[in-house]
Design a protein around this ligand. Structure first.
Ligand SMILES: [Zn+2]
Ligand SMILES: [Zn+2]
Length: 297
């Protein structure tokens, strides 16, 4: 098949937009979506320092590469990378080496923090205790360190590699639970004292396209999957949305667009925020989730 914008052959068929695109027009299309969202949601402002959460997986690798590509000629902006080592044997080593390789190639400062340094324990040890689900532990603790480290680095924004698939799954899960508070926290531009505002520049790019973008740009790709089983509900929702997307191309964009439509009704996007009694970090309750999961009560 030929690219619909030039005579070259296509590398992808986007069913949702009925477009065949060659390598360079596909790359242009991905970057156009990202630049459009950065502008539309005012994700990045003049003179800001952006900390990029770099797990070393394909999404965060692509995110760092793209942000560097878009903003390398903007001397007022500073991009820095932040990796959390959860302490998961046989999984972390590879992704960590990819993260180090890319930051070296791009000449980007790189901070690595481990669960062990910050909490004195590793994911492997915590999961062995069998008190909490692995994904809950990992998600809460990683978010805690990312926020703290981004604040210490003096970052204005924390960029996260969530793609269209992640976002549409989260939206549907929050709808199902009627979790208004979590929906509010997904709104771009949310201000919470002590929390570095999070931005998601890849939110309009489907997961498959993030992977293809990385492949076409020779970015380090890790095929390793986390050894812990994953959130069971999210796995089912992922499968359901993917099946639906096959039958009704554009479903993922519909979920995102539908959320934007109702999001005005969720404003003012203020959620109550306290300081944790135990550790002083921002929390929606008196004792934060991190302290509760670590048994600091
Ligand atoms: Zn083309
Ligand atoms: Zn706490």
């Amino acid at each position: 098949m030929k690219c619909q914008r030039c005579p070259k052959s296509a590398v992808i068929y986007q069913k949702y937009s009925n477009a065949h695109l060659c390598r360079s027009h596909f790359i242009e299309d991905v970057e156009r979506k990202i630049k459009r969202d950065i502008r539309k949601f005012r994700m990045i402002g003049r003179g800001e320092k952006i900390a990029v959460a770099l797990s070393g997986g394909k999404d965060s690798i692509a995110l760092l590469y793209i942000l560097h590509k878009i903003f390398k000629d903007r001397p007022d902006l500073e991009i820095t990378a932040l990796t959390i080592d959860e302490g998961i044997k046989g999984y972390r080593e590879n992704t960590l080496s990819h993260a180090i390789k890319l930051t070296n190639e791009l000449g980007i400062a790189h901070t690595i923090r481990s669960f062990d340094d910050v909490f004195g324990t590793t994911m492997d040890d915590l999961v062995n205790k069998k008190e909490h689900a692995a994904c809950t532990l990992c998600g809460v603790l990683r978010k805690n360190i990312l926020n703290k480290a981004a604040r210490e680095l003096g970052a204005d924004k924390l960029a996260i590699g969530h793609n269209l698939d992640d976002e549409s799954q989260t939206i549907l899960m929050n709808y199902m639970r009627g979790d208004i508070d979590r929906l509010k926290r997904m709104l771009p531009g949310l201000i919470q004292p002590g929390m570095i505002p999070r931005i998601k520049p890849l939110r309009s790019v489907p997961e498959k396209e993030v992977a293809l973008y990385g492949f076409l740009n020779d970015l380090p790709v890790s095929m390793d999957e986390c050894p812990y089983a994953g959130d069971a509900l999210r796995n089912e929702i992922r499968e359901m949305i993917n099946n639906y997307e096959v039958k009704h191309p554009g479903t993922k964009y519909s979920l995102l667009g539908g959320f934007e439509t109702i999001s005005e009704m969720l404003r003012p996007n203020v959620t109550e925020i306290f300081k944790c009694d135990k550790c002083g970090e921002p929390s929606s309750e008196n004792v934060c989730k991190t302290c509760r999961l670590l048994g600091r009560t």
